[in-house]
Write a protein that binds this ligand. Sequence first.
Ligand code: BGC
Length: 379
Amino acid sequence: MKKLFFAVMAVVIVAGTVFAGAGSDNKGGGSGGTFVGIAMPETHVLRWIKDGASLKKFAEAKGFRAQDQYANADQNLQNTQIQNFLTQGAKAIIIGCVNDGVAAAVADAARDKVTVIAYDRIIPNSADYDYYITFNNFKVGQFQGQGIERGLDLKSASAAAPKYITLFAGSPTDGNAFFFFDGAMSVLNPYIESGALIVVGPYPKTSKDTANFQRIATENWQAPVAKTRMENLLNGDAKDVTLDAVLAPNDTLARAIIEACKADAKYASKLPIVTGQDAEAASTASIKNGEQYMTVFKDTTKLAEAAIALAEAAVKGATPNIPGAVLASSIGLESIGDTGRKIVRAYLLDPVIIYRENWKDPVNAGFYTQEEIDQNNLK
Ligand code: BGC
C-alpha cells in the first residue's frame, strides 16, 4: 500500500513539474493579484538563478503574483514560456532574453497589451516594447580594460618590452557582449596601437569587425567553448609566447580560461591577468586567492528591485522613478537602448570594479555571505 502511495506521489510530482515547464516554480500560479511573468535565459551562468528568485521575491512583496521560468539558452523554450505567461493573463513580463528570436513572443505580448521589460539584455529587432533596465554595460567593459591596464602596468609599458594579450568575447547573440567588448577595447586600443600591447590571435578593434569578433566570441556564454578555445590558443597562436593577460568577458568564462592555463606548465607559477564580471562567489574566492585578477560587481538584487518598480509603474500607467538608475539618454549612451527598430527607454545601474583589495564589497553589500566565499575556497 505504502509503495503504491509513493508511486502515485512520484507520478503526481513528475506531472506537476512537466506541466509547469522546465525549471519553473509553479507556486506563484495561485489566485488574486496582478500576474507578472519572469523569463530568464539560462542557469549555466549562476547569476540568472539569483535574478529570477529576486525578481519573484520583489514582485510578491508588491502584492503581485509571479512565476519564474528558465530557458536553458533555448529560444524556442523561452518563447513557449512567454506564451504560457500570456495564456495565464500576465500583465507584465520581464525578459532576460536568449536571443532576438524572442521578438516574436514580444509581438504577441504587445498585441495583448502586456507590458514587456527587457531585463539586463536588450531584446533586439523589436519595436514592440518600451522599457529596458540594465547596467552601464560599456562601463563594465571599461572596467575590464582598466583591470588589464593596471595589472600589466600598461601606463609604463612600451613597444621595447611589449606585453601579450589574447581576447575573448561573450555570446554574439547577446547585445551586451558588444558593449562589454567595446568598453574594454576603448581602454586597450591605444596600447595596442603604440605597440606596448600585442594581441595574440584574432584582433577585432571593435565589435563592428564582425568576422574577427565571431572568432573570439563564445556562443551562449558556454564555459566549455571558452576552455577549448583557450587550449587551442595555448597549443597554437600562443605557443611561442607567454601571455600576460586574457580579456575574459565574465566569471564563468574566466574560470574556464584559468583552468586551461593551469594545465599548461608555462603558467604553473604565474597565471596571466584574467578579467571577469558578475562577482560570482567562486570568482571572488579566486580573486581573494590571487588567481583571477578582477571582476565587475553588478548588484543584481538592486537590478531586480528596480525592474519590479519599473513594471509596477508601467502597469499602472505611471511615470517610472527608479532610484539609483539613470536614463541612458541622459549620459549620451542611448545606443544601449537601440533595438535596431527603435530606441527604448533604458535605465542604467552602476557597476563596481573588484580587485583583491576590495573582494569583500559584494559581501558588505549583502550580495552573498562570507560563508559562500569560504565554501568556494575549499573547492
Ligand atoms: C550578462 C552577464 C552574464 C552573461 C552570461 C550577460 O548578458 O550581462 O552578467 O555573465 O550574460 O549569462
